[in-house]
Design a binder for this molecule. Structure first.
Ligand code: SDX
Length: 444
């Protein structure tokens, strides 16, 4: 198809034969430009709507709203397709590894061998935290949720890394990006160690990214720790499957925060806070807890009935998605990985995995789920693998946040370097009181 808008690497330029959408309001008819993407639905450009017609559009939850243009990740919810810079997620999960995917998301192309070596070296050189930051962990109760710790410590990075907070300086943006990707495993691991009363374990420069994280989580000073290659491969794949996902709630939070010019550490802390919710990244923890609560396959019908009951707020955690109306391609890979990891670990007849598989089967055969196009999402199987690897459920969302940091940072960099960047400032449909005069308390 000819390029009607001369889209060159995500820069929109209106072409001569512009497609338009007619909007008639009373005696007014507007021709709104229609912008065509390289993939996915056309968008109606309403940027001038309020100025031209004095009306807003109304879309709470943003079910039909494109908040930005981007070249990073594309999702086709009907096909169950997820592309990172054009590469399908199942190919990246099977053939690439997390730091290579980080490079792809950040810079737009797969790296050459020298580029990858240099990138991995730069990340490795930034894995340690400023020693003073340890004090932040110790300020929390031992039973603090690790996500609370991550929000706090990542936000506090703004107070330590002043030489990479100036978002107007491309070099500082690059340093902040590398620092965040490099330090998140250390922060997540230390949050875990703090919660179990064990000493912090420093990163090692001779280990790959996933192995380093596992060692910081599970090694103790009292004995040597050898990383299990099965676990580090599975960990790396889980990181890849969570790296980025278009304009989801936490990414949109990071974009909105960065539109005010806030520093990258503050923006990522905002993204972590948003991801924590059980409707979003918190679903992996909620899903495993749900599977454990169901306990045995014979209890599944009761929970299916509750999920369908409009008067019951219960939802099947790990099921459904705003965009995917087909299988989440990440869930497919995660399901294969769950089988593989449990088998390689010699964990047979894992009751939680049996419940998950039976629940998936029963739900997908139920018209309620089929009609509403509800399928397992990325969170449905991930918890089973993480549980088998020895992580407590409270660490599931921190691991999601660790992996998603590269997606947040890539989207942040794309937005910050957009010359047309404006602060995000939505309007509203106001349904409150109209103007009225104050009355003194004695007259009320
Ligand atoms: C992530 O956006 C992203 O890309 C997110 C993510 C990423 O990588 O960043 O993919 C990660 O957050 C995955 C989603 C994890 N959340 C869960 O697993 C929680 C359970 N799922 C839901 O709460 C829900 O499906 C959402 C939040 C994921 C999506 O909600 P939507 O798009 O707003 O859909 P909806 O709530 O309007 O539901 C549509 C219908 C409703 O029924 P009706 O009112 O039309 O009768 O489907 C029903 C819902 O009641 N429904 C469910 C259900 N999810 C939706 N019913 C039972 N169980 C569910 N899980």
């Amino acid at each position: 198809m000819a390029d009607p808008l001369n889209i060159t690497k995500g820069v929109l330029a209106l072409a001569d034969e512009q497609k338009t959408a007619k909007l008639t309001l009373g005696d007014k008819t507007l021709d709104l430009p229609v912008l065509s993407p390289t993939a996915g639905p056309d968008v109606i450009d309403i940027r001038k709507l309020y100025a031209q017609a004095g009306v807003f559009t109304y879309d709470p939850g943003f079910t039909s709203t494109a908040s930005c243009s981007s070249t990073i990740t594309f999702i086709d919810g009907d096909k169950g397709e997820l592309l990172h810079r054009g590469y399908p997620i199942d190919q990246l999960a099977g053939k690439s590894h997390f730091l290579e995917v980080c490079y792809l998301l950040l810079y737009g192309e797969l790296p050459s061998a020298p580029q990858l070596e240099d990138f991995e070296h730069r990340v490795t050189q930034h894995t340690m935290l400023h020693e003073q930051m340890m004090n932040f962990f110790r300020g929390f109760r031992r039973d603090a949720h690790p996500m609370a710790i991550m929000v706090g410590v990542v936000g506090a990075m703004s107070a330590f890394y002043h030489d990479s907070t100036d978002i107007g300086d491309p070099w500082q943006r690059e340093v902040a990006s590398i620092r965040l990707i490099a330090k998140m495993p250390t922060i997540a691991a230390w949050a875990y160690k703090y919660s179990i009363g064990q000493p912090f374990v420093y990163p090692r420069n001779d280990l790959d990214y996933a192995s380093n994280f596992l060692r910081m989580c599970f090694s103790v000073p009292a004995e040597d720790y050898v990383v299990n290659p099965i676990l580090s491969r599975a960990m790396d794949r889980i990181f890849t499957l969570h790296a980025d996902h278009e304009q989801n709630a936490s990414t949109s939070t990071v974009r909105l925060a960065s539109s005010s010019g806030a520093n990258p550490f503050a923006c990522i802390a905002a993204g972590i806070a948003c991801l924590w919710g059980p409707a979003h990244g918190g679903a992996n923890q909620a899903c495993l807890e749900m599977l454990r609560e169901i306990g045995t396959p014979d209890q599944i019908p009761e929970y299916i009935a509750r999920a369908k009951d409009k008067n019951d707020p219960f939802r099947l955690m790990g099921f459904g998605h705003r965009v995917y109306k087909n299988f989440d391609p990440r869930a497919r890979v995660m399901k294969e990985s769950a089988d593989e990891v449990l088998d390689l670990l010699g964990i047979e007849d894992n009751p939680t995995l049996q419940v998950a598989k039976e629940l998936e089967k029963v739900a997908l055969e139920d018209p309620y789920f089929a009609d509403k196009k509800l399928y397992p999402n990325v969170d449905f199987y991930s918890g089973i693998i993480l549980d088998a690897m020895g992580f407590p459920t409270a660490m599931f969302t921190p691991i999601f946040a660790l992996a998603r940091t590269v997606g947040w940072i890539s989207q942040w960099k794309e937005q910050i370097s957009d010359p047309q960047l404006k602060i995000g400032r939505p309007r509203q449909l106001y349904l409150g009181e109209t103007a009225r005069d104050y009355t003194n308390v004695e007259n009320r």
